[in-house]
Ligand binder design. Structure first.
Ligand SMILES: [Zn+2]
Length: 172
Protein backbone atom coordinates (compact mmCIF):
# COMPACT_ATOMS: atom_id res chain seq x y z
CA UNK A 1 0.00 0.00 0.00
CA UNK A 2 1.32 3.41 -0.96
CA UNK A 3 2.24 5.95 1.67
CA UNK A 4 -0.59 8.39 2.30
CA UNK A 5 0.45 11.80 1.03
CA UNK A 6 -1.94 13.74 3.23
CA UNK A 7 -4.46 14.61 0.54
CA UNK A 8 -8.10 13.64 0.75
CA UNK A 9 -8.34 10.18 -0.79
CA UNK A 10 -11.04 11.15 -3.24
CA UNK A 11 -10.43 13.59 -6.02
CA UNK A 12 -13.22 14.58 -8.28
CA UNK A 13 -11.10 15.67 -11.18
CA UNK A 14 -12.57 16.34 -14.59
CA UNK A 15 -11.92 12.87 -15.94
CA UNK A 16 -13.68 11.17 -13.03
CA UNK A 17 -16.63 13.57 -13.20
CA UNK A 18 -16.92 12.87 -16.94
CA UNK A 19 -17.02 9.12 -16.28
CA UNK A 20 -19.64 9.64 -13.56
CA UNK A 21 -21.73 11.70 -15.98
CA UNK A 22 -21.38 8.95 -18.58
CA UNK A 23 -22.62 6.33 -16.07
CA UNK A 24 -25.63 8.49 -15.18
CA UNK A 25 -26.52 8.98 -18.83
CA UNK A 26 -25.99 5.30 -19.58
CA UNK A 27 -28.59 4.36 -16.95
CA UNK A 28 -30.93 7.27 -17.71
CA UNK A 29 -30.31 8.83 -14.31
CA UNK A 30 -29.29 12.32 -15.33
CA UNK A 31 -32.81 13.74 -15.44
CA UNK A 32 -34.48 12.03 -12.47
CA UNK A 33 -36.99 14.11 -10.54
CA UNK A 34 -36.81 12.54 -7.12
CA UNK A 35 -35.42 9.78 -4.94
CA UNK A 36 -38.21 7.26 -5.74
CA UNK A 37 -37.59 7.60 -9.48
CA UNK A 38 -33.82 7.50 -8.95
CA UNK A 39 -34.10 4.34 -6.84
CA UNK A 40 -36.38 2.55 -9.27
CA UNK A 41 -34.11 3.41 -12.21
CA UNK A 42 -30.99 2.16 -10.41
CA UNK A 43 -32.96 -0.97 -9.55
CA UNK A 44 -33.98 -1.40 -13.20
CA UNK A 45 -30.35 -0.94 -14.24
CA UNK A 46 -29.06 -3.69 -11.94
CA UNK A 47 -32.12 -5.94 -12.11
CA UNK A 48 -32.19 -6.10 -8.32
CA UNK A 49 -34.63 -4.87 -5.72
CA UNK A 50 -33.14 -2.05 -3.67
CA UNK A 51 -34.04 -1.77 -0.01
CA UNK A 52 -33.01 1.29 1.94
CA UNK A 53 -32.91 0.70 5.66
CA UNK A 54 -32.40 3.45 8.21
CA UNK A 55 -30.69 2.03 11.23
CA UNK A 56 -29.62 3.18 14.64
CA UNK A 57 -26.61 1.00 15.23
CA UNK A 58 -23.20 1.80 16.78
CA UNK A 59 -21.63 -0.28 14.01
CA UNK A 60 -22.29 2.68 11.68
CA UNK A 61 -20.78 5.26 14.01
CA UNK A 62 -18.05 6.18 11.51
CA UNK A 63 -19.91 4.97 8.43
CA UNK A 64 -22.30 7.35 6.78
CA UNK A 65 -23.85 4.81 4.46
CA UNK A 66 -23.25 1.26 3.39
CA UNK A 67 -24.12 -0.87 0.40
CA UNK A 68 -24.56 -4.60 0.99
CA UNK A 69 -25.00 -6.63 -2.13
CA UNK A 70 -26.82 -9.96 -2.31
CA UNK A 71 -27.35 -12.27 -5.26
CA UNK A 72 -30.87 -11.00 -5.81
CA UNK A 73 -31.10 -7.69 -3.98
CA UNK A 74 -29.20 -4.63 -2.82
CA UNK A 75 -29.44 -3.26 0.68
CA UNK A 76 -28.41 0.28 1.55
CA UNK A 77 -28.00 1.24 5.17
CA UNK A 78 -28.31 4.84 6.27
CA UNK A 79 -28.10 6.27 9.77
CA UNK A 80 -31.55 7.09 11.03
CA UNK A 81 -30.46 10.12 13.04
CA UNK A 82 -28.52 11.89 10.31
CA UNK A 83 -30.21 14.97 8.84
CA UNK A 84 -32.35 14.24 5.78
CA UNK A 85 -29.99 15.90 3.29
CA UNK A 86 -27.06 13.95 4.71
CA UNK A 87 -28.95 10.68 4.35
CA UNK A 88 -29.82 11.68 0.79
CA UNK A 89 -26.17 12.45 0.05
CA UNK A 90 -25.14 9.06 1.50
CA UNK A 91 -27.75 7.33 -0.62
CA UNK A 92 -26.49 9.06 -3.79
CA UNK A 93 -22.94 8.04 -2.90
CA UNK A 94 -23.94 4.38 -2.58
CA UNK A 95 -25.80 4.61 -5.89
CA UNK A 96 -22.50 5.87 -7.28
CA UNK A 97 -20.75 2.69 -6.12
CA UNK A 98 -23.60 0.64 -7.59
CA UNK A 99 -23.61 2.25 -11.05
CA UNK A 100 -19.84 1.79 -11.21
CA UNK A 101 -20.16 -1.81 -9.99
CA UNK A 102 -17.46 -1.41 -7.36
CA UNK A 103 -16.08 -4.54 -5.71
CA UNK A 104 -16.66 -5.83 -2.21
CA UNK A 105 -14.83 -4.62 0.85
CA UNK A 106 -13.57 -7.88 2.32
CA UNK A 107 -12.64 -6.45 5.70
CA UNK A 108 -16.11 -5.07 6.33
CA UNK A 109 -17.86 -8.12 4.87
CA UNK A 110 -16.00 -10.28 7.37
CA UNK A 111 -16.51 -7.92 10.26
CA UNK A 112 -18.61 -9.87 12.78
CA UNK A 113 -20.52 -6.68 13.59
CA UNK A 114 -21.80 -6.60 10.01
CA UNK A 115 -23.10 -10.16 10.08
CA UNK A 116 -26.60 -9.10 11.04
CA UNK A 117 -26.86 -7.12 7.80
CA UNK A 118 -24.80 -9.33 5.50
CA UNK A 119 -26.34 -12.66 6.61
CA UNK A 120 -27.41 -14.81 3.68
CA UNK A 121 -24.47 -14.15 1.38
CA UNK A 122 -24.32 -10.37 1.50
CA UNK A 123 -21.11 -8.53 0.62
CA UNK A 124 -20.37 -5.08 2.00
CA UNK A 125 -19.55 -2.93 -1.01
CA UNK A 126 -20.03 0.82 -0.86
CA UNK A 127 -18.62 2.55 2.12
CA UNK A 128 -18.06 6.05 3.40
CA UNK A 129 -15.73 6.38 6.32
CA UNK A 130 -15.40 10.05 7.00
CA UNK A 131 -12.94 10.62 9.76
CA UNK A 132 -9.40 11.97 9.54
CA UNK A 133 -8.10 8.84 11.25
CA UNK A 134 -9.60 6.64 8.58
CA UNK A 135 -8.24 8.54 5.60
CA UNK A 136 -4.89 6.71 5.29
CA UNK A 137 -6.57 3.31 5.27
CA UNK A 138 -8.83 4.50 2.50
CA UNK A 139 -6.01 5.55 0.22
CA UNK A 140 -6.31 2.48 -1.99
CA UNK A 141 -10.03 3.16 -2.43
CA UNK A 142 -9.22 6.58 -3.76
CA UNK A 143 -10.58 6.08 -7.26
CA UNK A 144 -13.70 4.19 -6.17
CA UNK A 145 -14.54 6.83 -3.59
CA UNK A 146 -13.87 9.57 -6.13
CA UNK A 147 -16.20 7.95 -8.60
CA UNK A 148 -18.96 7.48 -6.02
CA UNK A 149 -18.51 11.05 -4.82
CA UNK A 150 -18.69 12.37 -8.37
CA UNK A 151 -21.97 10.53 -8.97
CA UNK A 152 -23.33 11.74 -5.61
CA UNK A 153 -22.41 15.30 -6.41
CA UNK A 154 -24.03 15.19 -9.86
CA UNK A 155 -27.22 13.62 -8.49
CA UNK A 156 -27.18 16.04 -5.57
CA UNK A 157 -26.89 18.99 -7.92
CA UNK A 158 -29.91 17.63 -9.75
CA UNK A 159 -32.10 16.76 -6.74
CA UNK A 160 -31.04 18.86 -3.78
CA UNK A 161 -32.42 22.12 -5.14
CA UNK A 162 -35.79 23.82 -5.52
CA UNK A 163 -38.39 21.99 -7.57
CA UNK A 164 -38.68 24.90 -9.99
CA UNK A 165 -35.78 27.07 -11.11
CA UNK A 166 -37.95 30.14 -10.46
CA UNK A 167 -38.14 29.27 -6.76
CA UNK A 168 -34.58 30.41 -6.38
CA UNK A 169 -35.43 33.93 -7.43
CA UNK A 170 -36.88 34.82 -4.03
CA UNK A 171 -33.37 34.76 -2.61
CA UNK A 172 -32.40 37.54 -5.05
ZN1 LIG B 1 -17.94 5.02 -0.74
Amino acid sequence: MAEWDGRRPWRTDAEIVARAQERLEHYGLSDVRGIPELTSKVSAATGKTITVEEVDDPVLVTTTALWIEFKDRSLILLRRHDPAYYRARGLFHEFGHIVFGHPACTALTNDPQMSRYAAGGGEVRGRVLISEANLPALYRNDVHESEAEAVASLIGRRLLRPRYEGDEEVFG
